[in-house]
Design a protein around this ligand. Structure first.
Ligand code: HEM
Ligand SMILES: *[C@@H]1O[C@H](CO)[C@@H](O)[C@H](O)[C@H]1NC(C)=O
Ligand SMILES: *[C@@H]1O[C@H](CO)[C@@H](O)[C@H](O)[C@H]1NC(C)=O
Length: 331
């Protein structure tokens, strides 16, 4: 009886060890603790310095991480430039003439390579730059999970499929988030709150201003004063290149005003206003919750950013640590 029991225990321990070896390596907050102890400081310093001259850069860096994660996972595929073998995601519809911050990422990388050569992935640097940008913008802080590896490929066609469009209806937005393993209600509403900072071009919302959905009228869910302001910024037959703030109340602060804007029909993108103005939607009560509580928003934004940062990561000996973020090693 006693012997059988101890054999059982040994077999169980052996099985558990086997299982833990075959389980995919997990990300951890202490991944670079010994191999790159300065990492957090370097990322913070470069982003803080860049924000000083460009208050929009934090928004651009948060968006870069999002557009990376939604296309074959958070693997820095978005940073790969066009070459003979790379069909760059930078040329996808949502990214062309729109994404920013590539130079800041290269700047971070060059400092990191000086202190800890060949150690830190570009994918991890994107996740850290997003967190630091939240902190600097007045949003929540969180412990970034690390240990991602960089992809050997990019996929422009997948970028066109996976990055949600500003003209999406709520059902389409939900499907897009669900496809990534994110919650189509909580993660969708909390992460859309990133539109509390940054800018958008007229071309991405002008469809709401004059002839929405072929009705011959503006989007009825747009506040009339706000509509008038937007029509002045974006003339009907303009080139669509002008920029305006995504958050009309506090454009450079990562706060919860985005949600009160939605409640007063002042969401800039159709995809923003859909969260509150779709009749009967389960997203409405969450907009109310985050609008009423910065604490509730902060808590969920941090949690959802961590969850987004886990999408399809490469770990262990998958992929590589790129020495230049814009190119696969040896290319
Ligand atoms: C829910 C679906 C989403 C849609 C349809 C969407 C769409 C857009 C569009 C069209 C722009 C303006 C781009 C331009 O005019 O150049 C934009 C900007 C931005 N997006 Fe989103 N987005 C979504 C979700 C997110 C998420 C999940 C995040 C981050 C967690 C995010 C962060 C940002 C930021 C920070 C900006 C401003 C960037 C800057 O100023 O450089 N967005 N988004
Ligand atoms: C990569 O492409 C971007 C434009 O998409 C450009 O600004 C950048 O200079 C390129 N990087 C290198 C190292 O060539
Ligand atoms: C646009 O119009 C179509 C039919 O005319 C309708 O089914 C759809 O819900 C409308 N979209 C929006 C966002 O109002």
């Amino acid at each position: 009886m006693c012997c059988n029991y101890s054999i059982c225990v040994r077999v169980l321990v052996a099985l558990l060890l086997c299982a833990s070896v075959s389980i995919k390596a997990q990300l951890s907050t202490t991944f670079y603790l010994r191999t790159c102890p300065n990492l957090q400081h370097i990322v913070f310093d470069v982003v803080a310095k860049a924000s000083f001259s460009d208050p929009r850069i934090g928004a651009s860096l948060i968006r870069l991480h999002f557009h990376d994660c939604f296309v074959q996972g958070c693997d820095a595929s978005i940073l790969l430039n066009k070459t003979a073998t790379i069909d760059s995601e930078q040329d996808a519809f949502a990214n062309a003439n729109s994404i920013r911050g590539l130079d800041v990422m290269n700047n971070i990388k060059s400092y990191v390579e000086r202190f800890c050569p060949g150690t830190v992935s570009c994918a991890d640097m994107l996740a850290m730059a997003a967190e630091v940008s939240s902190e600097i913008g007045g949003g929540p802080q969180w412990k970034v999970l690390l240990g991602r590896r960089d992809s050997l490929t990019a996929n422009r066609i997948l970028a066109n499929q996976n990055i949600p469009a500003p003209s999406f209806t709520l059902d389409q937005l939900k499907a897009s988030f669900q496809k990534q393993g994110l919650d189509p209600t909580t993660d969708l509403v909390a992460l859309s709150g990133a539109h509390t900072i940054g800018r958008a071009h007229c071309r991405v919302f002008v469809n709401r201003l004059y002839n929405f959905n072929n009705t011959g009228n503006p989007d009825p869910t747009l506040d009339s004063d706000y509509l008038q302001t937007l029509q002045e910024i974006c003339p009907q037959n303009g080139n669509g290149d002008s920029l305006t703030n995504l958050d009309v109340s506090t454009p450079n602060t990562l706060d919860n005003r985005y949600y009160s804007n939605l409640r007063s029909q002042r969401g800039l993108l159709q995809s923003d206003q859909e969260l509150y103005s779709t009749p009967g939607a389960d997203t409405i009560s969450l907009v109310d919750t985050y609008s009423n509580s910065k604490i509730a928003f902060n808590q969920q934004f941090a949690q959802s950013m961590i969850k987004m940062g886990n999408i399809g990561v490469l770990t262990g000996d998958q992929g590589e640590i790129r020495s230049h973020c814009n190119f696969v090693n040896g290319s």
